[in-house]
Unconditional design. Structure first.
Length: 200
């Protein structure tokens, strides 16, 4: 039987509690329920060291935010414990909607999913970090997605207006919707979760 490390299990429990508290929209709650039900069965652990990118210098600022919520504080604490083993990666930039500084000013890391601390194809649970004044390119994907935001920053869905979820803000991206994000005067830091083996 596959076993999950104690540190990663503690992170999963903290993420389940945080998403469960702050994801209030009905589709988001259903999606989060499916995701964390799937995560009750551990995947294959990835071995080897993690790797940071230059933008990870922003992590201390991002993780030092005052959340005002014990559930979010615990999530950040549990994230700090597993972060040294994460492989931070850049998203390929082939979209003119990205800011000119995008390539060197962003990073994504998978906690559970392809290339994550736990290799699996059914569920992706990851995190995005951006330096100040960066716009992420418009993008879309078939699976629905739920965000949990731990910083200031703005997000956009489809052709709608930019909106600011705030620290602890959570929102739902329906399958296939174009979406983007941009940081303001401080780093943007957000978790996202999706059920990759389902389109709705």
């Amino acid at each position: 039987m596959t076993q999950r490390s104690a540190a990663l299990q503690h992170f999963v429990e903290a993420a389940k509690a945080a998403f469960g508290q702050f994801a209030q929209e009905s589709h988001a709650r259903r999606s989060i329920g499916d995701i964390f039900a799937a995560l009750e069965e551990p995947g294959r652990a990835r071995s080897g060291p993690g790797g940071r990118l230059p933008v990870c210098e922003q992590l201390d600022v991002a993780l030092g935010v005052e959340t005002g919520h014990p559930t979010l504080d615990k999530l950040l604490q549990r994230f700090r414990e597993v972060e040294p083993n994460l492989q931070w990666r850049r998203r390929p930039n082939n979209d003119s909607t990205a800011s000119g500084n995008f390539d060197d000013s962003h990073a994504n890391a998978m906690l559970l999913g392809p290339g994550g601390l736990e290799e699996r194809s059914d569920v992706w649970l990851g995190v995005s970090l951006m330096a100040p004044k960066v716009r992420y390119p418009d993008h879309d994907h078939a699976p629905e997605e739920v965000y949990l935001v731990l910083s200031d920053g703005e997000f956009r869905q489809g052709e709608g207006d930019w909106f600011s979820p705030g620290i602890g803000g959570s929102f739902y991206n329906r399958p296939g919707i174009r979406h983007a994000m941009r940081s303001l005067a401080t780093p943007l830091f957000a978790f996202w979760a999706l059920r990759a083996d389902r389109e709705s």
